[in-house]
Design a protein around this ligand. Structure first.
Ligand SMILES: *Cc1c(COP(=O)(O)O)cnc(C)c1O
Length: 380
């Protein structure tokens, strides 16, 4: 199957065996009747396995070109499960502009359990190689990154991790398998906040992993069942439904993202626009090589770089909703300095590019003209 067909049919039974339902039923059950001890039909208890979650896990494996999929109660819970592959003393290398929640989980939870984290520049192979010690067990990256839309060369990193025999994990939330297939580029594990583009309708919180390797999958399934942060059947159903239109939505997100990026770049009040589709974006060539298109996420700063001005802009927006999160059909705007990154001191924040006026947009699938009109009026 090609990718777009997989979004609809990948890993799925064509009809349910009981009544021929075309969509997988929501098996809202905790347990399953047995005819004799151990005599069951593949499911015993819903923490261990549930048919609706199972259908989503097979879909995730299929669309990421993996062999195994695992579904968790949130993107964060799936990251949590991956970290439990490690032992005290192990070291993880990661990006310096990581999703805030992942950074918090690493430094405020897993550091207390004896894991060590180093945050480095991932596009410099020499720097990555020097940072690796014999304690390094994992490299963790996000690409495109949040909110600065930096791109990491997955293939270049995979070459290093294969040579050193360490795991490469890629958070594919922003790109989705429509734009980028990290397992094909050499990553060992793909993680998702399915809350975002996979679900696509801002109505569910869920997470997922995809892997190719059987042994690695076995370890992760063990952690999933033993730690228990599984996704529920209703939420699994909603994400399955979302995935069926992922390619159509992503196509429009990319078109609208491009139009909005170009509009902003030509606006007299705007200073920088961060969007990997621009030829002068520092990682444009890598983005072009590893992504099908450039996505619907972008951020920008104003020439005045004034916090009050930025707040006024996001308050004035009418079609873009001021809200956390991303990847839904509706356009959202966020102001990192006072929202997601408010707990980081101003000096630290500015080092990674999160200036006072930085505004992040998750460009939705509305009419392009309406989105541009809205930005025009808000920018005054
Ligand atoms: C939202 C997000 C997460 C966390 O996922 P939740 O579903 O909110 O727990 C992880 N990584 C990225 C890139 C995200 O955008």
């Amino acid at each position: 199957m090609k990718l777009n067909t997989k979004f609809i049919h990948g890993g799925q039974e064509n009809t349910d065996p009981a009544y021929g339902a075309v969509m997988p039923p929501i098996y809202q059950t905790s347990t399953y009747a047995q005819s004799t001890p151990g005599g069951h039909k593949g499911f015993e208890y819903s923490r261990t396995g549930n048919p609706t979650r199972n259908a989503l896990e097979k879909s995730i494996a299929s669309i990421e070109n993996g062999k195994h999929g695992l579904v968790f109660g949130s993107g964060t819970a799936s990251i949590d499960a991956v970290m439990k592959l490690l032992s005290p003393g192990d070291e993880v290398l990661s990006l310096n502009d990581l999703y805030g929640g992942t950074y918090r989980l690493f430094t405020k939870i897993f550091q207390n359990f004896g894991l060590n984290f180093k945050f480095i520049e991932m596009n410099n192979s020499a720097e990555v190689k020097t940072a690796i010690t014999e304690k390094t067990k994992m490299i963790w990256v996000e690409t495109p990154s949040n909110p600065m839309m930096n791109i990491v060369d997955i293939q270049a990193l995979a070459k290093i991790t294969k040579e050193k025999n360490i795991l490469l994990v890629v958070d594919n939330t922003f790109a989705t398998p429509y734009l980028q297939l990290p397992l094909d580029l050499g990553a060992d594990i793909v993680t998702h906040s399915a809350t975002k583009y996979l679900g696509g309708h801002s109505d569910v919180v869920l997470g997922a992993l995809a892997v190719k390797d059987d042994k690695l999958a076995e370890k992760l399934y063990f952690i999933q069942n033993a730690s228990g942060a599984i996704g529920g059947p209703m939420d699994s159903f909603l994400v399955l439904r979302g995935i069926k239109t992922l390619h159509l939505r992503m196509q429009r997100h990319c078109e609208n993202g491009k139009a909005v990026a170009h509009f902003l770049r030509n606006h007299p009040k705007i200073d920088q626009v961060y969007w990997p589709g621009f030829e002068d974006h520092p990682n444009h060539e890598v983005a072009k090589k590893q992504m099908k298109d450039f996505g619907g996420m972008l951020s920008f700063t104003t020439k005045k770089d004034d916090l009050k001005e930025a707040v006024a802009i996001v308050e004035k927006l009418k079609i873009f909703t001021l809200a956390e999160s991303l990847g839904g059909v509706e356009s959202l705007a966020g102001h990192p300095a006072s929202m997601t990154h408010a707990s980081i001191p101003e000096e630290e924040r500015k080092k990674t590019g999160v200036k006072n006026s930085l505004i992040r947009l998750s460009v939705g699938i509305e009419d392009e003209e309406d989105l541009i009109e809205d930005l025009k009026q808000a920018l005054g």
